[in-house]
Ligand binder design. Sequence first.
Ligand code: MSP
Length: 643
Amino acid sequence: MDNLATKKFYVTTPIYYVNARPHLGSLYSTLLADVAARYQRLHNKKVFFLTGTDEHGQKIAQSAAAAGKEPKEFVDSFIAPFKDAWALYNIEYTRFIRTTDPEHIAAVQAWIERLLVSGDIYKSHYAGFYCTPCETFVTEKDIPQESLQEAAIPLCPTCGRVTEYVSEESYFFKLSKYQEQLLDFYKDNPHFITPPERMAEVIAFVQSGLKDLSISRTTISWGIPFPGDKHHVTYVWADALNNYITGVGYGQPHKEKEFNFWWPADLQVLGKDIVRFHAVFWPAFLMASHLALPKKLLVHGWIKIGEHKMSKSRGNAVDPIELAATYGVDQVRYYLVRHLAITQDSPFTYPELEQRINSDLAHDLGNLLNRMITLALKNNLSRVVPPAELSPESVVLYETGKNILVRFMQEMESGYMNRAYAIVWEYIQAVNKYFHVREPWKRVKISQQDFDETISAACHALYTIGYMCLPLMPTKMEQLLQQLGMSLELDKDIYAELLSEPWNKTFVLTQGEILFNKIEPQKEETMAEEVKTTPTITIDDFAKIELRVGTIEDVQTLEKSDKLYVLKVNFGAFGTRQILSGIRKSFTPDHLLARQGIFVFNLAPRKMMGLESQGMMLFAKEGQERLILISPEHKVENGTQLS
Ligand code: MSP
């Protein structure tokens, strides 16, 4: 996403295995790509967004057999559930590719033929272990020593399941030949992978030595027939990875121009479980084909339920369709993209989803728009013209808005969409505060001109917010812009315009529907709650407790505990402390990072799980377990004492 000068943007998602319906994890990869695509369209770029399904291989063949169906009939039955889910979530893809599409099959076969001629693919014999759930050959160096000693058949290093021993004739891709070229590429392109930590893992893997990769199987038949050898079918990853080029015309002579326009991909979104395939095998395949390499891989973490990855096979998958029916499409889009920490694993919890809808969407954003329009209309102001001059407070809001937009764009360009939207929420808070400070409901009684100016400034700020949030919540933000009297403008670089233009717009306000309704807290929780009080204490008792404000600068999880976070908290002149807090169920690390909180500073240190906790963080507790973070109304100096 780094080059704003190029007028095209090609983004891909992984192609999904079609042995189950889409779940929240598959939605997550797809949503990130959709938000990136929509953002780039608003920069007036031509966008190609490719997604689709990975339909061959042993795993699919086994699932089809278990369902008593032919593989093709079986995979066909999953296409509608995927397409319907993406349509429901407003995923605006350009093409949905299936690896059973005839032109993909022909292009993969032509690719193999070319590499057979160049010598990058050759025939030999494979003896080793294969993991069917991961569709991967398990190399010796990946097998943990204990696993080798304990059992004759080692466990897969990725998913921990039992592998199978395979000994068969096979075609190989000369991966070893590309070791140095790959290392040079990583060195020259340090931003190839977001986040950078993943790059270090990849480099270490390549440095430890690459073996040639088996790319065909003789013992299965559900796959692309290997050209010129009817005993072999193509190994799924050699088939699947190539979708990224065949999907935009590679190997299809009548689409050569199209391919040359779109390739290389600008952004490839994928989960951390498939980094090696995308950061090592895939670039090597492209090098062998003399094709440019993708510009960026955005590698996201897993959505977890408790300690476990969400997956169909674990039976803990959350159905995106049900979630949308209960909470709304844009609300779920918002929560997943804004509140899961893209680069780490994040827990999914219903209380957090509900809390974010109520506080961020209904309260911070929806209520702001609603209050502003209600007040303006009540005072007969529906056509809001730009003021001759901005008040000093409005100038600050204007400048903050430009600054926020720059920071928002930087984060979006580098793939950190969650951070980009955290920045937008800083602005929403600033606009709320502006409204509070300007008190237009009082001002209108003194000066109509001042009142009009305040409303105009709030409209301009909300207009900027609307466009920043449009990629994330397309339906709701179109409604927001409509309530400001603005129709969508999609034929220009809207962000460049927002950045350079003064606040010179005229808004025509209409009271529309409430954008985000509050979610009622779950009944059992509130009803079960008793009104409990504790005996009174004297002021001297209270004076014994030292409460201070601190900023959370680091959040680490503890392997041994599913509740605790280890926080590093900065108390300014009072130093930095390690504080353990059992709040993992209520907050993602991203939600806590950089936030100020209130801490009991003079609590005697105590050990938990072998680590010392040097204080205690305070929260408001709603119901049985819903925790709400408490922060000062605006930033104060770290270490400030509460009195
Ligand atoms: N078919 C391969 C990809 C081939 S790409 C050339 C595959 N498919 S998958 O269906 O198993 O996974 C597809 C994507 O969904 C991966 O990026 C994976 O990380 C993501 N997710 C699946 N479960 C997930 C979570 N619980 N959380 C977040 N994303 C996860 O791998």
